[in-house]
Design a protein around this ligand. Sequence first.
Ligand code: C5P
Length: 401
Amino acid sequence: MLGGRRILLIIGGGIAAYKALELIRRLRERGAAVVPVLTRAGAEFVTPLSVSALAGEKVYQQLFDLTAEAEMGHIQLSRAADLVVVAPATADLMAKMAGGHADDLASTLLMATDKRVLIAPAMNVRMWEHPATQRNSATLRSDGVLFVGPNAGDMACGEHGPGRMAEPAEIITAVEAALGSGAAQGPLAGRHVIVTSGPTHEPIDPVRYIANRSSGRQGAAIAASLRDLGARVTFVTGPAEMPPPEGVAVAHVQTAREMLAAVETALPADAVICAAAVADWHVTNGAAQKMKKDRGGPPVLKFAENPDILAQISQPGPQRPALVVGFAAETENVAENATTKRARKGCDWIVANDVSAGTGIMGGAENAVTLITDAGAEAWPRMVKPEVARRLAERIAQALA
Ligand code: C5P
């Protein structure tokens, strides 16, 4: 809950601005006061009237608004808040922030604030992937700016990929985490951990996909345990049965390629835990329209290999996290196969489990794991997944200490 918290919400100019209206409503439902700032471009997408009606506050738009300056100058405005949220954060706003510009109200507030800033980027996929935006994003992260999203998916412009603004519920979770994390306690306080979780969906046509039985239970439990030890957690999840835990930043993805992009966006991190059951293949000859059975016999699908997220993150380099943990779902010779996998992937630890028929582990409530580290294999007794998560999070905290 956000009772008594004051959020300065800067609404940039993008089609996702309409989601800012929902965000205001939800922030207020949780007890927060929302002071809205609308950029000139933002006002092309949502009206000042709807913003101020939902916020129940005056909407600030102009830097040189004399009454506003008399009532409250931009310095005070930026500091009276507990958190500054930019949603949507456009490519232009991010560039201004990274460059330290202060030529309108929004950019001036962002320069003048002494509070944490959380941004929800939203833009066309090419704009997001443009080297300039990626450079700005890296600069902002190293300046301590918090990110939520962008998510991958279909975009208003008709393209597909990362660039969609995070959903209001995800932004709320990130707001709660940002406001809570100032006081984060525990052995992982100040650490950033990325957890991948759930299955991936690899589309065949607009209504069909290839998936697996992963429920996302183990990944969600690990994210929650890391959060409980004080970590700032980015939870990158495929379409799982389990809702993401509270108090973590969530990136929703569908495919393996989107998952890799989301993990790379979330770097740098102190640790990455790859608990997702990532599809090994994606369909290369999928159809743009629903496949019909009366079109000359059954379709023949062609496949290409998906990127191996775990192996890619484990590669040596400046962004290599201190600890990379992979999972190995095996149906025989668990410890042996997992040890080989650890070497092949280049990760530090492997959490191996036996998912052969009859164990009930995949999609089930319990897990029996063997932890493979450079010290060898350690078989843990069978226990419920949250307990496996708790013990694993403690080991991670010890390793990062
Ligand atoms: O290769 P295999 O699927 O058995 O390896 C499992 C481990 O690798 C898990 O940690 C899983 O999250 C990760 N993985 C990945 N990207 C893939 C395939 C697996 O990150 N494309």
